[in-house]
Design a protein around this ligand. Structure first.
Ligand code: PLP
Length: 379
């Protein structure tokens, strides 16, 4: 029996333990310590802005966007049904109603037509998810948002390293969020970032994350004490985790090269098989965009074939998984008024999708093994 290939193995950067030791030696372990500053600096170089806050997760960063956008009871926030629960939960927690939009069948990104059909006078924000790091149609979404006065908040959990016509994902809406969960291209276990593009929101973001206090001003020497000035919570990343993240940013070129190798090998080696078996591989990226090389989703012919494919991979020691279960049909989605008939493309894609393993320290043998197992499947 050949060794099993997992779906994911968290990326390990060479200097991460050294930095963690240095962090503990500095005895400054809370948020906004020396490694936070260095990690933020490294992310600034990638994203082209210094208005970045490290957070405990992308989920936490999304919650911050809800507070910053002033979203509350009576408001509606349009999110794709095809996403992770956090994209919707962040706004539901504030008392708003997530409204579920359908996706484009090729990009699997939120469909601007679907968004346009869901706009009401209560629409406060639109939250596109750049699925797999492929850019959403931001021109169309920003135009719709502009017309109805809604804010666009990018959920860029998958989008680090990707660009749209030269602009990094996460720089196109008023705010954006990133994830450094263990399945992401850069990871510190659990972690995230909030990027503020609308400069007016920056000062309040610094307050909200510090439990609603003006501690940031105090730390900068701009006031002689700090006090409670607004609502808030604790949205800081501990410095030893920022130390891991810094090491990961330093290793990012290698990480991305390895992920590219995996995605390119799948694209090349599975092309004939996919045509023969009615399987859709991801559509080619636009030449003017940089891909994230975050994931490799494939669409099988139908749901029974997809399930048979997952079972075939499992039986041969390859872990392939599916996601997302449509939010509009979930028990919670239904409780908040999700219309079961509203997102047919999401239903279809979700029932046929399988994801192949993509992680940065995939050994050649592991990549070859996945390809071999996939090629031995008959749809
Ligand atoms: C699209 C999307 N948004 C948000 C999240 C939440 O990220 P985190 O685990 O960092 O909170 C995820 C997690 O995978 C995600 O896929």
């Amino acid at each position: 029996m050949k060794a099993a290939v997992p779906f994911n193995r968290a990326v390990t950067a060479p200097r991460q333990l050294e930095y963690v030791e240095q962090s503990f030696a500095s005895a400054r372990l809370a948020g906004e310590g020396p490694f936070t500053e260095r990690a933020r600096h490294a992310l600034s170089a990638l994203l082209g802005t210094d208005q970045i806050l490290l957070t405990p997760s992308c989920t936490a960063a999304l919650e911050m966007t809800a507070l910053l956008a002033g979203i509350g009871p009576g408001d509606e926030v349009i999110v794709p049904s095809f996403t992770f629960v956090s994209t919707a939960n962040a706004y539901l927690l504030m008392g708003a109603r997530p409204v579920f939009a359908d996706i484009d069948p090729v990009t699997m990104n939120i469909s601007p037509d679907s968004v346009a059909s869901l706009i009401t006078e209560r629409t406060k924000a639109i939250v596109p998810v750049h699925y797999g790091g492929r850019p959403c149609d931001m021109d169309a979404l920003l135009a719709i948002a502009d017309q109805c006065g809604a804010m666009v908040i990018e959920d860029a959990a998958h989008g680090l390293f990707a660009t749209s016509r030269g602009t990094p994902l996460g720089r196109l809406g008023s705010m954006s969020t990133f994830s450094f969960h263990e399945t992401k291209n850069l990871s510190c276990g659990e972690g995230g970032a909030l990027v503020i593009n609308d400069r007016q929101l920056w000062e309040r973001a610094c307050v909200i994350r510090e439990k609603g206090t003006d501690r940031t001003k105090f730390m900068l020497g701009l006031t002689d004490k700090y006090t409670w000035v607004d609502v808030g919570s604790s949205y800081l990343l501990a410095d030893p985790l920022a130390a891991v993240l810094l090491a990961q940013t330093e290793f990012a070129t290698e990480t991305q090269k390895r992920r590219e190798t995996a995605v390119s090998a799948y694209t090349e080696e599975l092309s004939t098989w996919s045509e023969k078996h009615g399987v859709s591989l991801p559509a080619p990226d636009q030449p003017e965009d940089d891909p994230a090389y975050h994931m490799m989703p494939i669409l099988l012919r139908d749901n029974p074939t997809r399930n048979r494919f997952l079972e075939h991979c499992r039986a041969h020691g390859v872990q392939s998984v599916f996601h997302y279960l449509p939010l509009h049909r979930s028990p919670m989605g239904q409780r908040i008024g999700g219309d079961a008939a509203s997102c047919p493309v999401t239903d279809d894609v979700s029932s046929r999708l399988a994801r192949l393993p993509v992680f940065s320290d995939m050994k050649d043998g592991e990549l070859d093994r996945v390809i071999e197992v996939v090629l031995s499947f008959s749809a």
